[in-house]
Design a protein around this ligand. Structure first.
Ligand code: ZN
Length: 212
């Protein structure tokens, strides 16, 4: 009985470690290196069936130490992709890498830097919720909506320097500071959730309706 328990424990440990600290696959590496670090990546779109299914996947953690070089290259390319698309955030699944990595703009910091988030967790959500107007996504062309979000989130993640950060992210109002909303939007991508799943009271618009 004791031996069976030990085997089960080893299996559980192997399984959980394997899931939480995986390395990039060969397919992921070839996508990351199909351009140099000055070249953007293709953004997956919900208007394409295969892309749409990919965006619904659950992403997995990445072993930062064992994937340092690839991770750095991916991050540089994601930065270029985000800059070229004029967005405020970009998650790795949106460029075809199903890993827990995203970039988000810090409107709560001077100069609005774009920061890197790796293997994040949301530890807690504020009790207060907000109806956020103008949620949109680089993967969902021409649609905007009012989403239900939390005012703040307490989070833990690794930054680009492999430092473990724990902080409360605030800011839920456009245009001054909506950092917390961006964090929640990008975190959702890692779980296969899109902003259209969080539409509050059927408030979804297309670009034509907005420009009228
Ligand atoms: Zn998005």
């Amino acid at each position: 009985m004791k031996r069976i328990l030990i085997i089960l424990l080893c299996f559980a440990l192997y399984y959980s470690c394997g899931k939480s600290s995986m390395q990039f696959t060969d397919a992921e590496k070839s996508l990351i290196y199909d351009g140099d670090e000055t070249r953007g990546m293709r953004i997956l779109l919900t208007t394409d069936r295969r892309d749409s299914l990919f965006l619904r996947q659950l992403s997995s953690n990445i072993d930062i130490k064992k994937n340092k070089k690839e991770l750095q290259h991916l991050i540089e390319r994601m930065r270029v992709t985000l800059k070229n698309s004029d967005g405020v955030g970009l998650a790795a699944p949106q460029v075809g890498i199903s890993r827990n990595i995203f970039l988000f703009t810090r409107y709560d910091k001077p100069g609005f830097p774009v920061e890197v988030v790796i293997n994040p967790q949301i530890l807690s959500y504020s009790f207060n919720k907000v109806a956020f107007s103008g949620d949109g996504c680089l993967s969902i062309p021409d649609l905007w909506g009012v989403t239900e979000r939390n005012e703040t989130v307490q989070v833990r993640y690794y930054n680009a320097n492999n430092e473990l950060i724990e902080e409360k992210i605030k800011g839920h109002q456009r245009p001054q500071d909506f950092t917390s909303i961006i964090f929640q939007h990008e975190f959702d991508h890692l779980e296969g959730v899109l902003f259209t799943d969080r539409i509050s009271g059927g408030m979804l618009y297309n670009i034509l309706q907005i420009s009228k």
